[in-house]
Ligand binder design. Structure first.
Ligand code: SAH
Length: 345
């Protein structure tokens, strides 16, 4: 079976060229190409045709094929829908901030976590993505816009800590100086709160930002929104967060989507503030994204403001996240779900 070209790093190529009896400098040439977003073997321009043919007997380059690119007309956000070699669909989102270009990538085709507010839940689970499939999302988009990508968030489809091995492999490769060269400090990994996975991830000692999707001030509400909360309670989750902050010295980010009438009342803000007090953290308040078939409604703007003010007054670092690309459904899982719906009406 052929392998995806993007899944091979310098060490893999070094071994491969040695096995093929080729000079070692070929390994560096081969390894460099995956950060340039190529998909066509004809683009391996620094290799002789015979070597290109040799590569093609064992590898394929078109592991990600762009199906559609949706450009927002409101801002510079664009959403990319890719088809994987086996037919699974994933999506990635390009965003522009004052500090540069950022890509939000998927870590799995689908998700198993079953959060009741998330559009990915309805689309089912396909499989884990490989490190190369994650890298390719970034380098294909960089190539498409002809710009350097400086930031990555692993907040697209999937639960990164449910595919931790490949995510860690991706993180160890994405900052290679001769590769994409993206600083780990500019990367966020978002988890729904898989506590054992968080503990292991902390111990990897990677200087990325850990984001935890909290979305509730207590177990009762959290269990209603997120099945994972039945497995790992609030206190257990916060203990893992505290451990992360202590071991890494890095601030943790909490994602808190505001759903009208569910978790957006003043008493919820107070309860949240009390629980997070003393923890080095930042709360990202997100006006929830609505999608057809979804049961939750976005909180009213005034409720979002009041909730935010209340947290800040209680001494909690919090901001309201700007909505980008709302016209192209750039939020989690929405596009893939629509495509699936088209396929199975
Ligand atoms: N599985 C990971 C990362 C993928 S989801 C996680 O749970 O963190 C990325 C973020 O989008 C998470 O914070 C998730 O809770 C949030 N999200 C999913 N659906 C949403 C919706 N309808 N409205 C607002 N945020 C949503």
């Amino acid at each position: 079976m052929k392998l995806f070209f993007y899944d091979y790093d310098l060490a893999d190529w070094t071994k491969w060229v040695k096995d093929q009896g080729l000079p070692t400098f070929r390994a560096r040439q081969l390894a460099a190409w995956r950060s340039r977003g190529i998909q066509d073997p004809a683009e391996l321009t620094d290799l002789p045709q015979s070597l290109r043919d040799q590569v093609l007997t064992s590898f394929y380059l078109d592991g990600l094929v762009l199906v559609e690119r949706f450009q927002s007309s409101l801002d510079e956000t664009a959403k990319y829908l890719f088809r994987l070699k086996d037919g699974n669909m994933i999506e990635s989102v390009l965003m522009h901030y004052h500090y540069g270009w950022s890509v939000c990538i998927s870590s799995q085709a689908g998700c198993r976590m079953g959060c009741t507010f998330c559009a990915s839940t309805g689309a089912g689970f396909g499989r884990d993505l490989t490190a190369g499939e994650m890298l390719a999302q970034v380098s294909l988009i960089a190539r498409d816009i002809g710009q350097r990508i400086g930031h990555v968030t692993i907040m697209g489809i999937g639960e990164p800590l449910d595919n931790a091995e490949n995510v860690v492999r991706f993180l160890r490769q994405v900052n290679e100086p001769r590769g994409l060269n993206i600083s780990l400090r500019h990367i966020s990994v978002s988890t729904c709160g898989l506590v054992p996975g968080m503990i292991k991830f902390t111990d990897e000692g990677l200087p990325v930002t850990l984001s935890v999707s909290l979305h509730a001030p207590n177990d009762t509400i959290r269990r209603q929104l997120m099945p994972i909360a039945r497995q790992y309670g609030y206190d257990q989750l916060l203990a893992a967060c505290r451990r992360h902050v202590e071991k890494t010295g890095r601030r943790i980010t909490f994602e808190y989507a505001l759903f009208s009438g569910i978790n957006d009342k003043l008493e919820h803000a107070d309860e949240l503030a009390a629980r997070l007090k003393g923890l080095l953290c930042h709360v990202n308040l997100i006006p929830a994204n609505e999608f057809s078939g979804g049961v939750y409604r976005q909180s009213h703007q005034t409720d979002v403001r009041t909730f935010h003010n209340r947290l800040v007054r209680s001494g909690i670092n919090a901001t309201v996240r700007r909505e980008l690309g709302s016209d192209i459904m750039a939020a989690c899982g929405q596009l893939r779900r629509r495509m699936e719906a088209c396929r199975n009406p």
